[in-house]
Design a protein around this ligand. Structure first.
Ligand SMILES: [Zn+2]
Length: 232
């Protein structure tokens, strides 16, 4: 029994962290957000809602200056004020913003947003357990190895999520008649915007895989669709 105590403690710790993070995130988002009311964007989200058989897709504005889109663990979709400002100033088109909404919907539909919160709080637990085991097996480098393994696993999982959310967005945008062009042009635009100093780093880019890899993945998928689906 004593042998399993550290693992049990790590699991309890992860559970408590998850509850706390979910609660804190919800509180923060509630306090700093309003529902988006933009006629042009609503026309696009209504087309996506129709493609999915939904009544409508509510989108919220999160009052922070960074450029980001996010899917809350409770399934709500948020665009940051920073991202919305880029759209208002004409730097980002309504279709491009719709592609971000579609991507975030992918995270919700595929269960990523909830799991990511669990991953985040579970990661520390994995570290603790691995460090305990490896540290005993390989004194010295064991702890370092445990940290590296935990980080690698997390990075791999999140990259995979991004490609899946992109694929979901491509399919949804295609079905809604918006197409994947704005999805791809936004990737390139964001990469360019990263170079603009002092205007807030697009956090959305930092947490996502490389632009050319994402575009290549979408194009490979479109080529596959063309091969597999009879053209109309
Ligand atoms: Zn994403």
């Amino acid at each position: 029994m004593l042998k399993f105590t550290p693992i049990l403690l790590a699991i309890l710790y992860a559970l408590a962290m998850y509850q706390f993070s979910a609660w804190r995130t919800r509180k923060e988002l509630d306090a700093k957000s309003t529902e988006l009311a933009d006629a042009t964007l609503k026309r696009l989200t209504d087309r996506m809602a129709e493609a999915l058989g939904l009544e409508r897709i509510p989108v919220h504005i999160y009052e922070v200056p960074v450029v980001n889109g996010l899917a809350a663990p409770d399934g709500r979709i948020f665009l940051t004020r920073g991202f919305y400002d880029r759209y208002r100033s004409g730097e980002v088109s309504a279709e491009e913003l719709a592609s971000v909404i579609a991507h975030e919907m992918g995270h919700v539909a595929l269960g990523h947003s909830r799991r990511r919160m669990i991953d985040f709080s579970g990661q520390n637990a994995v570290r603790v357990v691995l460090a305990g085991i490896l540290g005993r097996l390989i004194p010295g480098v064991g702890v370092w190895l445990a940290n590296t393994l935990a980080s690698l696993l997390a990075a791999r999982l999140s990259r995979q999520d991004e490609y899946e959310a992109d694929a979901y967005a491509s399919a949804l945008l295609t079905k809604a008649g918006i197409g994947t062009t704005p999805q791809k042009s936004l990737f390139e635009k964001l990469e360019h915007l990263t170079g603009m100093a002092g205007r807030g780093t697009p956090a959305w880019l930092m947490s996502h895989p490389k632009t050319e890899d994402r575009i290549a993945a979408i194009e490979a998928m479109e080529a596959r669709w063309r091969r597999e689906l009879p053209s109309e």
